[in-house]
Design a protein around this ligand. Structure first.
Ligand code: ZN
Length: 83
């Protein structure tokens, strides 16, 4: 397993629909992403999210997402460094 950062970008007008889609699936999330920390700057005017997950590939990481989130996301492999 490797670490991936799921990076989502969406337009302000897509934000509410994205949140509603999450509300509908939140109890059925893939166990691999359930409980992950979801960094969301939307309330502060930047419409995006960043979610670190463990996966064996970027495709697998994206596969953890629900369709509305996956549509606006990409996953990049990262390493973590303590600074
Ligand atoms: Zn947003």
């Amino acid at each position: 397993m490797a670490m991936f950062m799921i990076i989502n970008r969406h337009r302000p007008e897509e934000c509410e629909a994205g949140f509603k889609a999450y509300e509908e699936v939140k109890d059925k999330l893939n166990p691999a992403i359930k409980g992950a920390t979801y960094y969301c700057p939307c309330p502060f005017g930047e419409h995006a999210s960043w979610t670190p997950v463990e996966a064996s590939s970027a495709e697998e990481a994206l596969g953890y997402l629900w369709p509305e989130e996956r549509e606006h996301s990409r996953a990049i492999q990262v390493e973590t460094i303590q600074i």
